[in-house]
Write a protein that binds this ligand. Sequence first.
Ligand code: PLP
Length: 437
Amino acid sequence: MTLGDALPAVEQPIPAATGRAWIERLAAAECPALTTRRRRRQEQTGANHDPIVWVEAVGSNVMDADGNRYVDLTSGFGAALIGHRHPKVVAAVRNQAERLLHALGDLHPSDVKIQLLERLCALAPWDDARAMLSLGGADAVTAALKTAVLATGKTGVLAFEGSYHGLTYGPLAVSGYAERFRAPFAAQLQPDVCFAPWPAPKTAVDAALCALPSDWSTIGAVIVEPIQGRGGVRLPPPGFLRGLARLCRERGALLIADEILTGLGRCGAWWRSVDDGALPDLICVGKALGGGLPVSACIGRHEVMQAWGDPDQEAIHTGTFYGDPLGSAAALATLDVIEGHGWIEAAAIRGKGFADVLRHAALPGVGEVRQAGMMLGLQLNRKSQALILARALLERGYLVLPAGARADVIQLAPAVTISDDQLEGFVSALRGALAAS
Ligand SMILES: Cc1ncc(COP(=O)(O)O)c(C=O)c1O
């Protein structure tokens, strides 16, 4: 087995001496919030929550500073959809680095930036699309929120409880994930946001739509994750997004689909919202787009993006590194790989197969297994259990993320390229971790 497809090999304690030294340096240099969070988790769960320090990653394998090898079922927060350090992405980045690292963004763009914009417009679900590039997911959400204000003249936003759209000010204001994230900054957040309940999967679509506020007079945008990720891999009822899109049209609001985690094939289709029958007005994309480099985009229908106005005026939304050549080259290579190797169909088929295996494994303590393509959520019975289990799995060599406001969901977002052996190994490790917890 080559590195990338290999099973875990955890032979050193987590952390051992080298990792420990790095963690001490981290604690002395990093914002204390993160060390404090680890300590609090330790107190909450009684388990060690020291991080591993990554020194190498390829395919679905990660190596830590102590020489341990892991299998990454998070694909680096979803960014390594086609695996870490995909050779075609690395080659594209190398070639680009030989030629041009930085250009003058919106003033004098690079050739690769233009190619990436064209490519994203061609992938969009409208005949005529326009795109704006940026770096992180939160940037793309910010661009979409601003677009909606310009296009509708209304500043109100309808968002959902449990949603996560990023933590810069615009996205934070519309993230219903946890009140404690917003509370310290409440005075600086845009106030015109209302949060609707996120419908359970078996709710009738009409009932779910009826639970939305009745007064839309100030609402210019509805922002939705087609599947809530950090909120606990929560799928809405089938057809809910389609109904939401219809309601937006009737009420004069724009539908923003935050496909930062769900898009680009992760859920077995380019766009999960479109797969559910919805035609959003704006789509946010990030994470997987850069193949490991920070690249994101807000893509919109031409008529909507037209609201940015007269191109002779100053660009009122841009950034020094938005659409940078290196990231653009990486993104083009990533899209080539996703498109050219049938990974979207593979995500649909492999994800379903993996979920079936997990369901039939009758794992004690695991309730529902939720799945769409290679995005899965394992519902656990107890609050905070995902924190304990994630650690127990790490010690067995598998990286997973706890999710849900109660930390009772294990979120899996493996690379579409992960090997069958690695998936099977995970199921055994999970059984062992559950038995020991
Ligand atoms: C659905 C969704 N939107 C937005 C974001 C924010 O992206 P970023 O962390 O790159 O700003 C995330 C990150 O997890 C996400 O899952």
